[in-house]
Design a protein around this ligand. Structure first.
Ligand SMILES: *Cc1c(COP(=O)(O)O)cnc(C)c1O
Length: 463
C-alpha cells in the first residue's frame, strides 16, 4: 500500500514515510493510493473479535511495511491505557446508541489516535535511529492527549503551547501534571490563535525545522485518521450481532478528521452497511453548510460550549475534497487556491454526490444544553457538550428501522461548567481527574513571541 498526496506532487510513499511526513511535501494531505475493501466473508470473520484483534486486522489492510507482530504489540500497548475492557464500548440510551470514545488517559476521543501515534512514532524513530521534537499549540484537548501519547518516550521531546489563563483549570492540570523529563508545557501570554501562528512560523523556518527534527501532531497525520476507522467498524459489528444489518453514525465535527475516518470505514465495508453519516456542528457551521448546500465558505469563529469544534477551516476537508473531485489532484489544487484567495468554495453542483454519504445539522447553544438536560432527566445519562451536539443532530435523522450510533467524544467531567449550566450541578470527577490539584506540576510561562519560543526550544530540544 502506497500513499499519495491530494495535490499529486509527490512520488507515492510507504505508510511509514507517510506518517513521518505528516503534511505531504507538496502541501497536500496523504491518502492511500486505493481505499481497501473487504467482502462479507471477511466481515463475518470479524464477528465477536475483541477491539485489539479487530484493530490489527483493519490496520494491516493499510500498513504493509511493519511486521504483524510489531503491529500487534503496538496496538496492545496503545490501548492498554484505556480504562474499559472494550476500549470503545457502546450503550443504548433512548432512541440512539452512544459509542463512548472517552475511556483513554485524558478522557477524550483524541486518545484513541494519539496513544497509537505516540507509540508508532517511537517504533519508526527506533528503526531509523533518530529522534523527534514535537511542537504543537492547543486550546485544551489535543495538547493533553498528545502529551499523554508522547510522555516517557526516549526518542521524543514534546513542546505544547497553551494560552495562559484561557484553558479550563482541569485541562491545564491534565497537561502540567505530566512531569516526565521529555514533556515541556509552555503557557503563552496570548490567545490560542497566537499559539497556532507561532507554531506555523517555527515550522516555516525550514533551517530550524530540519536542524531540530521537528514533528507535528495535528490531525492531518494519516495515522490519526486510520486509528479512528477501527471504532466505526467495531461498533457496527456490535450492532450486527444484535441483528441489525445497517447503521447510521452521528459525529460531532470540527476538523473533519473523525467523520472522515467514518467515510473511510463506509467505503471499506461492503456497500450499504454504513448507511449515512450525520455531520453535526455547533454554531460554527461551515461544514454543515457544505453538506447541506455545497457552500464551503469561512465565517467568524465564535466561542461555544463545545470549544474543540470552534473552527472555521477544517484541516482534513481536503481529503474528502479529493474524492469529491473524482480523485483529480489538479482540481484539488485549483479549489484550494480559490479557497485561500476568496475564503470560499461553491460546490453546490456536487450536492448529490455529497448527499449519498452525508447529512448535516448545525446545533445551537441552547439545543446543546437542552440535550444534556433531556438525556440526564429521561435516561439518567450524562453527556458532554460535544457529544450533545452530535446527539441533537442525530435526533433529526433517526430512522426507526436502523440504529443511530452517536459518537461520544469527551467525558462530561471535562466540560463541567457547561454541564452545570444544563443540569444545575457539576459532574462527579472520575478518578483520572480527581486529585490533580495535589499533584506536582511543571509549566513555563513565556511571551507570545516566536523568537522567545525558539530560544526556549534550543535549550530543551533532543539532539
Ligand atoms: C477534537 C474534538 C472533536 C472534533 O473532532 P474532529 O476530528 O476535529 O472533527 C469533537 N469533540 C471533542 C471532544 C474533540 O476533542
Amino acid at each position: 500500500m502506497r500513499y499519495i498526496s491530494t495535490r499529486g506532487g509527490i512520488t507515492p510513499v510507504s505508510f511509514s514515510d507517510a506518517v513521518m511526513m505528516g503534511l505531504a511535501d507538496d502541501g497536500g494531505l496523504l491518502l492511500p493510493e486505493k481505499i481497501p475493501t473487504v467482502d462479507m466473508d471477511k466481515v463475518r470473520s470479524w464477528h465477536n473479535l475483541p477491539f485489539q484483534y479487530l484493530a490489527v486486522d483493519i490496520l494491516s489492510l493499510f500498513i504493509d511495511d511493519l511486521p504483524r507482530q510489531v503491529l500487534e504489540d503496538l496496538v496492545e500497548r496503545s490501548y492498554s491505557s484505556f480504562r474499559h475492557p472494550q476500549v470503545t464500548p457502546i450503550t443504548h440510551q433512548g432512541e440512539v446508541y452512544i459509542l463512548e470514545l472517552f475511556h483513554g488517559p485524558t478522557l477524550a476521543f483524541k486518545d484513541v489516535a494519539l496513544q497509537f501515534l505516540g507509540n508508532l512514532f517511537e517504533i519508526l524513530l527506533d528503526q531509523r535511529s533518530t529522534y523527534m521534537n514535537i511542537l504543537g499549540a492547543t486550546s485544551g484537548d489535543t495538547g493533553s492527549a498528545a502529551i499523554h501519547g508522547a510522555r516517557g518516550k526516549d526518542r521524543i521531546n514534546i513542546f505544547i503551547l497553551h494560552p495562559d489563563g484561557r484553558v479550563s483549570p482541569i485541562q491545564k492540570l491534565q497537561m502540567t501534571t505530566v512531569t516526565d523529563p521529555n514533556v515541556f508545557n509552555i503557557a503563552i501570554r496570548g490567545t490560542f490563535d497566537d499559539g497556532q501562528a507561532i507554531v506555523k512560523e517555527v515550522f516555516n523556518d525550514l533551517g530550524f525545522k530540519e536542524k531540530h527534527h521537528l514533528g507535528a501532531i495535528n490531525s492531518i497525520n494519516w495515522a490519526r485518521v486510520l486509528a479512528q476507522v477501527v471504532y466505526y467498524v467495531y461498533s457496527w459489528l456490535k450492532l450486527r450481532s444484535r441483528g441489525f444489518d445497517t447503521v447510521d453514525f452521528s459525529v460531532p465535527t470540527g476538523n473533519f478528521g473523525d467523520i472522515f475516518a467514518g467515510y473511510i470505514a463506509k467505503r471499506l465495508l461492503p456497500e450499504g452497511l454504513i448507511n449515512r453519516l450525520v455531520l453535526a456542528t455547533n454554531t460554527n457551521d461551515i461544514l454543515a453548510r457544505f453538506v447541506g448546500k455545497g457552500d464551503y465558505s469561512k465565517g467568524q469563529v465564535s466561542a461555544t460550549f463545545s470549544p474543540s469544534m470552534d473552527i472555521q477551516v477544517a484541516s482534513n476537508f481536503e481529503r474528502y475534497l479529493y474524492y469529491l473531485r473524482n480523485e483529480d489532484p489538479a482540481q484539488v489544487v485549483k479549489d484550494m487556491d480559490t479557497f485561500s484567495a476568496t475564503g470560499g468554495l461553491d460546490l453546490s453542483s456536487l450536492h448529490d454526490f455529497i448527499a449519498k454519504d452525508f447529512v448535516s445539522r448545525s446545533v445551537s447553544e441552547e439545543e446543546t444544553l437542552e440535550t444534556i438536560r433531556d438525556f440526564h432527566d429521561r435516561h439518567d445519562y450524562l453527556m458532554d457538550p460535544h457529544t450533545a451536539v452530535g446527539v441533537h443532530a442525530a435526533q433529526s435523522f433517526v430512522d426507526p428501522e436502523r440504529p443511530m450510533i452517536c459518537l461520544a467524544t469527551a467525558h462530561p467531567a471535562k466540560f463541567g461548567e457547561a454541564v452545570k449550566k444544563a443540569i444545575g450541578r457539576e459532574p462527579e470527577l472520575p478518578p483520572a481527574l480527581a486529585g490533580l490539584e495535589d499533584k506536582e506540576s511543571r509549566c513555563d510561562t513565556l511571551d507570545a513571541d516566536t523568537e522567545q519560543i525558539k530560544a526556549y526550544m534550543r535549550e530543551h530540544v533532543l539532539s
